[in-house]
Design a protein around this ligand. Structure first.
Ligand code: SF4
Length: 211
């Protein structure tokens, strides 16, 4: 597999926010979001065997593993890696961009499914059938860059009844949308979602890699 970086940190997002985890960031992405904060993962990386990766995760002695990118599902080996990690007893979270089929992933994986809002420039690439395979332990994530994105996300949440399917996360694009504005819209609309801030960026700064 081509891997951009492997490191241990605190989970900055999701309902696992604040817990330690080992992050495996794969190289390559099939999308180009306007606000992407991991452009370095588009092509930078080195080849690792699955055995190499398992040796590294073992050394960290941490039960939670986050597989992120880039887009992990652009590499077929990601499915094998997840199977091996789950067999070894890890809790595996997969962050995936919503454009590729998530139904083929091991059923015990906690899938964090992005639904790209129009401001990303990638909304047309969403694979909407992914919503049919969501389980209660999965999470959907909307990254919102402005009020138009928020209204769009709200309409998707309501039309697919997402809050009754799984966890729903809504977060502002860091440095572009004031979290106070997003919090106010959620409160005013009584939207039953979880506002997320990327706490790793508040702890270590927005441009620090490997955290
Ligand atoms: S899907 Fe993720 S890695 Fe790919 S361009 Fe969008 S934000 Fe960047």
């Amino acid at each position: 597999m081509k891997i951009n970086e492997i490191f241990k940190s605190i989970q900055g997002e999701t309902t696992y926010q604040g817990l330690p985890a080992v992050f495996i960031r794969t190289t390559g992405c099939n999308l180009r979001c306007s606000w992407c904060d991991t452009t370095y993962a588009y092509s930078e990386g080195n080849e690792y065997s699955i055995e190499d990766i398992l040796k590294i995760t073992d050394k960290y002695s941490c039960k939670d593993i986050v597989i992120t990118g880039g887009e992990p599902l652009t590499q077929d080996e990601t499915l094998l890696l997840i199977d091996r990690l789950i067999t070894l007893g890890y809790t595996v979270l997969l962050e995936t961009n919503g454009s590729l089929d998530i139904s083929i992933v091991h059923p015990d994986t906690i899938r964090i499914l992005d639904i790209k809002c129009p401001g990303s420039g990638m909304a047309e690439n969403m694979m909407w059938d992914n919503i049919k395979s969501l389980k209660p332990h999965d999470e959907v994530k909307f990254v919102v860059s402005d009020y138009n994105d928020y209204i769009w996300a709200k309409s998707v949440i309501e039309s697919y009844n997402l809050v009754n399917l799984c966890h729903v996360l809504v977060m502002p694009v860091f440095g572009r949308l004031d979290p106070k504005a997003l919090a106010g819209w959620i409160i005013n609309d009584n939207l039953d979602v979880r506002l997320q801030l990327q706490i790793h960026k508040y702890i270590w700064g927005p441009d620090t890699r490997g955290v």
